[in-house]
Design a protein around this ligand. Structure first.
Ligand SMILES: [Cu+2]
Length: 397
């Protein structure tokens, strides 16, 4: 009797997720997808949706915040095949890693929970790990983004907004003649794997004229997340009009953040690059798809980019009721607060000299003009009754 209660508790804890998750997603898994291609054809794909729906490629982007306890409640609504979710690059424990041989799978009409702590900000992947060569190719993949608490791609590298480009390919013959799957067993499934000769090349599941443009403010840094979940290697070529700095790889900052003009991305790899303000330039980023045996370029897709001055400012630092935006700043920085003032606000250079100072009486926002200061790092200091109550770094561009 003791043992059966213990067993029940262990399996209950393993499969039910966090007692109190900070964020959760209700994911459904299907084999009845319909994905529209740029030439009007469709793929009958496998895939993921949030709640009931018809999956397209890729699955939904799952965005969480650094430090959050995350729970994925996953239901298998597909006919027959079991599925799992492998958390590619995340520090999930073995029980939550979605490898059927070493943990568990989700059978038809079952719902189970995965849980992990989003410890390191970065770009990650999730995909099914049952007969993964087949299920991933058929569309069971997506991006997990762990956002940093401030918009800081690596210490000192602030950005205004980020874009996620998930690169993959599709061989339509695999979708039209799906390999037969033995239904009950996620570990031992026999397939003959067809030759892989993809004929569709995706950026976020889109090809050619479907591909979304990257629209940014002329004056902001932009963090570009690049991942490859296809089987071909990619060569990304940036035009000379863009200044591109390689910041992070596989969810960790790189020690040297070098300026690059191109980037190879192997299967399963993720990189983060910073685009410095583009000003009023337009162009496109070329993504080459390299054949897995010959290394030759099979196809190029192009991601257009451009600017729009009317876009909102995304970067906001919030701390203890204070809001500081934008940061980095071109000219004017806004400091607003909900808590009771009045406050003394100072902008101080590295030598300790006060460059701007203002005192608020019965207002909840102070605007400081930094347009005459040199580019660099300044210190924001907020004081009340001669005591410092808040400090932050301000990046002047
Ligand atoms: Cu699957």
């Amino acid at each position: 009797m003791k043992y059966s209660i213990l067993f029940f508790l262990v399996s209950y804890m393993g499969l039910s997720g966090w007692a109190q998750a900070d964020t959760s997603f209700n994911i459904w898994m299907w084999t009845t997808g319909k994905h529209y291609l740029h030439d009007g054809q469709t793929l009958k794909n496998y895939g993921f949706t949030l709640g009931i729906g018809t999956p397209t490629i890729p699955g939904p982007v799952l965005r969480v915040k650094q430090g959050q306890k995350v729970q994925l409640d996953v239901r298998n609504q597909s006919q027959g095949a079991p599925h799992t979710i492998h958390l590619h690059g995340l520090d999930a424990d073995q029980n939550n890693d979605g490898v059927p041989l070493t943990s568990w799978d989700i059978k038809h009409k079952e719902t189970k929970a995965y849980e992990f702590v989003a410890e390191h900000p970065g770009t990650y992947l999730y995909h099914c790990h049952v007969a993964s060569v087949i299920h991933v190719q058929l569309g069971m993949y997506g991006s997990i983004i762990v956002e940093p608490t401030a918009n800081e791609a690596a210490p000192g590298y602030f950005y205004g907004r980020d874009f996620n480009l998930l690169i993959s390919e599709a061989d339509k013959s695999w979708f039209d003649n799906k390999p037969i799957h033995s239904t009950g067993d996620s570990v031992h499934a026999l397939f003959s794997i067809p030759a892989y000769e993809p004929d569709y090349f995706f950026v976020n599941g889109q090809g050619q004229q479907q591909i979304d443009s990257l629209i940014m403010r002329p004056d902001e840094n932009v963090f570009l997340r690049l991942s490859n979940v296809g089987y071909f290697e990619n060569l990304v070529k940036f035009p000379s009009s863009l200044s591109v700095r390689l910041i992070s790889s596989d969810g960790r900052p790189l020690p040297n953040k070098t300026i690059i003009d191109s980037l190879y991305i192997g299967a399963g790899e993720r990189y983060g690059v910073m685009l410095s303000p583009i000003g009023k330039s337009t162009g496109s980023i070329e993504i080459q798809y390299l054949h897995m045996f010959t290394g030759n370029r099979v196809q190029s897709e192009f991601v257009p980019y451009g600017w729009d001055e009317s876009l909102g400012i995304e970067t906001t630092s919030i701390y203890d009721g204070f809001q500081v935006y934008p940061n980095p700043v071109i000219d004017k920085v806004h400091i607003s607060y909900k808590t009771d003032g009045p406050y003394q606000v100072n902008i101080i250079d590295l030598a300790g000299k006060i460059l701007n100072s203002d005192f608020s009486i019965e207002k909840n926002e102070i605007i400081m003009d930094l347009s005459s200061h040199k580019p660099g790092v300044y210190s924001l200091q907020i004081m009340q009754n001669d005591k410092v109550v808040y400090t932050n770094s301000i990046i002047k561009m």
